[in-house]
Design a protein around this ligand. Structure first.
Ligand code: NAD
Length: 499
C-alpha cells in the first residue's frame, strides 16, 4: 500500500458500523422485511456495511409518506424563495461534510478519493446550487385567445407550472451521490416529494444525504430513501399507483422494463440510459489534445461513465501516431486503491461487474482482437481490471457494440470521415460523441450528422448544470439539466378566464 493512503474519518467508521434502516418521514425506520444487503469495499473485497432490503410494505410506507407530505402542501405550497433557501442550506451542509461524503463514496464505490472530492461532491455542489435557484424561476405564459362565443365575450388564459406529485428516483452505482442529487434537487425545487432508491451496490451516501436534508429543513416525508434490490424494491416503487413521475438512470435493459410498466398508469418518465460513445479524430486534429482529452474521457472512474468515449475512429494518416501515443499513456497509468489519490485507475464497483468486463475482454481475445494492457491491480481480492486498448476490433465484436462500462478503449483506423460517421452512427445507442479537428467548417458541418444527445468538439465527457443532457435512440428519453429542467417535474395547467 502507498504511504499516501487516506485514513477514514471517525465519523465515516461510525457510519459504516450503524444498523442502517430506511429513511422515511424524516427519520430512520426499521425495515419490516427481514432481509439485508451487504456493502463491499471494491479495493479489498471486504464487507464494510449492511443495509436493509426493503420489501413491498416498506416501499408502500415510504410512498404513502411522500404522498401525504405532497398533498399537505408543507413543501409543494411553500413560497419558492423558502424552498430555494432550504435547498441552498442543504448544499452548504454537503460542502461542510465534503471529506466524510467523499470517503464514504470511495469506500463503497471504489473510485479515487480525488475524484470523489472533486466530482462526486465538488461538482454536485454546483448542480445543487444551480437547481436550488430554479425554484424561484418557475413561470408560465399569458395567452391571448380567439374563442368567438358567446358574442362579445373575451377570454384570456395563462399557464401555471405545478409540481407533478410523488417522484420515484432510481439511481445506478457509478456516481451514486451526484446522480442521486440530479433527481432529488429538481424534484424538490419544483415542489414535489421524492422516494429515492440507490443502487444496492452503493447505498451509503444517499442514506447520509437524507439526514442532511432534514437538518437543512426539508420537511418530513418530502425526501425518503429506500434501500433494496431492483427486482423487488425498485419494481414496487416504480409501479406504485401513488407515484406520478419516474426519474431513472441506469442500463437500457432496466429502463425499457420500467417504461413498459409505467405505461399502465401513464406515469411521466425520464430515462437516462447507457451509451457506446464514439469519438471521431480527423487528420488535422491536435494529437496531444486528443490523447489528453480522450484518456480522461475514456478512463475517468475506470470508464464507468455513461458518457465515456469507448470507440475511437481515427483517420488513417495519423492513426499510427495516435495509437502509439495512447499505448504510452495507457501503459503509464498506475493502478491501486481509491483511498490513495496517487493512483489513476482504481477497482471497479463490484465483483460481478469486474467479471462482466473481463468476460468482454476474454471474448475479444478469443476472436483474435489485438489487446494492449496496462498495469495490473495489487494482488488480493480487489475488483481490479487493467486499463486496456483494443486495436482495430471487428465492428461485430460484442465489445464494440455493447456498453462495456470499464477501462477499455477501442481504436479503429478509418479511410475518411464518411466511414468514421457511418461507424459512429452504427449503434443502438446515441448518448454522446466527440469530434476532434482544428477545422471549424468540418466541425459545424459534421455535428448535425452525429446521432447523439451531446456532441463535444475537441473535448469529451464535460458536463455542466446549464447544458441539457440526455440520449438519442436507445440512450434514453427526456433531458436533465439546463434552465428547463423543472419542466420534467411539473405539469402545465392552462387557466382560461372569461371577462
Ligand atoms: P442497472 O440498470 O442495473 O440498475 C440501475 C438501478 O435500477 C439500480 O438502482 C437497480 O437496483 C435498479 N433496478 C434494477 N432492476 C429494476 C427494476 N426492475 N425496477 C426498478 N429498478 C430496478 O444499472 P447499473 O448497472 O446500476 O448502472 C450502470 C448503467 O447506468 C450503465 O448502463 C450506464 O450507462 C447507465 N448510466 C446512465 C447515465 C445517463 O445519464 N445516461 C448515467 C450513469 C449511468
Amino acid at each position: 500500500m502507498s504511504s499516501q493512503i487516506v485514513r477514514p474519518l471517525d465519523s465515516v467508521s461510525a457510519f459504516l458500523k450503524r444498523q442502517h434502516g430506511l429513511y422515511i418521514d424524516g427519520g430512520w425506520v426499521a425495515a419490516r422485511g427481514q432481509g439485508t444487503l451487504p456493502v463491499f469495499n471494491p479495493a479489498t473485497g471486504e464487507q464494510i456495511a449492511t443495509t436493509a432490503d426493503a420489501d413491498e410494505a416498506d416501499v408502500d410506507q415510504a410512498v404513502q409518506s411522500a404522498h401525504q407530505a405532497f398533498i399537505s402542501g408543507v413543501w409543494s405550497r411553500r413560497l419558492p424563495a423558502e424552498r430555494e433557501r432550504i435547498l441552498l442550506r442543504y448544499a452548504d451542509l454537503l460542502e461542510q461534510h465534503t471529506e466524510e461524503l467523499a470517503q464514504l463514496e470511495t469506500l463503497e464505490q471504489g473510485k479515487s478519493i480525488a475524484i470523489a472530492r472533486a466530482f462526486e461532491v465538488g461538482s454536485t455542489l454546483n448542480w445543487m446550487r444551480y437547481t436550488a435557484g430554479l425554484a424561484t424561476k418557475v413561470s408560465g405564459r399569458t395567452l391571448d385567445l380567439s374563442i368567438p362565443m358567446p358574442e362579445g365575450a373575451r377570454y384570456t388564459a395563462f399557464t401555471r407550472k405545478e409540481p407533478v406529485g410523488v417522484v420515484a428516483g432510481i439511481v445506478p452505482w457509478n456516481f451514486p451521490l451526484m446522480i442521486g442529487m440530479w433527481k432529488v434537487m429538481p424534484a424538490l425545487a419544483a415542489g414535489c416529494s421524492i422516494v429515492i432508491k440507490p443502487s444496492e451496490i452503493t447505498p451509503l451516501t444517499l442514506l447520509r444525504m437524507a439526514e442532511l436534508a432534514t437538518e437543512a429543513g426539508v420537511p418530513p416525508g418530502v425526501f425518503n430513501v429506500v434501500t433494496g434490490s431492483g427486482g423487488v424494491c425498485g419494481r414496487v416503487l416504480t409501479s406504485h399507483p401513488l407515484v406520478s413521475k419516474i426519474s431513472f438512470t441506469g442500463s437500457t435493459a432496466t429502463g425499457k422494463g420500467i417504461a413498459r410498466s409505467a405505461v399502465d398508469s401513464l406515469k411521466r418518465i425520464t430515462l437516462e440510459l447507457g451509451g457506446k460513445n464514439p469519438a471521431i479524430v480527423l487528420k488535422d486534429a491536435d494529437i496531444q489534445q486528443v490523447v489528453e482529452g480522450l484518456m480522461m474521457g475514456s478512463f475517468l472512474n475506470q470508464g464507468q461513465v455513461c458518457a465515456a468515449s469507448s470507440r475511437l475512429y481515427v483517420e488513417a494518416p495519423i492513426f499510427d501516431q495516435v495509437a502509439a501515443a495512447f499505448e504510452g499513456a495507457v501503459k503509464g497509468l498506475t493502478v491501486g486503491p481509491g483511498l490513495d489519490p496517487s493512483f489513476q485507475i482504481n477497482p471497479l464497483a463490484s465483483q460481478a461487474h469486474q467479471a462482466k468486463v473481463l468476460g468482454y475482454l476474454e471474448d475479444a481475445r478469443r476472436q483474435d482482437a489485438e489487446l494492449i494492457r496496462g498495469a495490473q491491480g495489487p494482488n488480493g481480492n480487489g475488483f481490479y481490471v487493467s486499463p486496456t486498448l483494443v486495436l482495430n476490433p471487428d465492428n461485430h465484436l460484442t465489445l464494440t457494440r455493447e456498453e462495456v462500462f470499464g477501462p477499455v478503449l477501442c481504436l479503429s483506423r478509418v479511410d475518411d470521415v464518411e466511414q468514421a460517421l457511418a461507424l459512429a452512427n452504427d449503434s443502438d445507442y446515441g448518448l454522446t460523441a466527440s469530434l476532434w479537428t482544428r477545422d471549424l467548417n468540418a466541425a459545424m458541418n459534421l455535428t448535425p450528422r452525429i446521432e447523439a444527445g451531446t456532441v463535444w468538439v475537441n473535448s469529451h465527457t464535460l458536463i455542466d448544470a446549464n447544458m441539457p443532457f440526455g440520449g438519442f435512440k436507445q440512450s434514453g428519453t427526456g433531458r436533465d439539466f439546463g434552465a428547463d429542467w423543472l419542466d420534467a417535474y411539473t405539469e402545465t395547467k392552462s387557466v382560461c378566464i372569461r371577462h
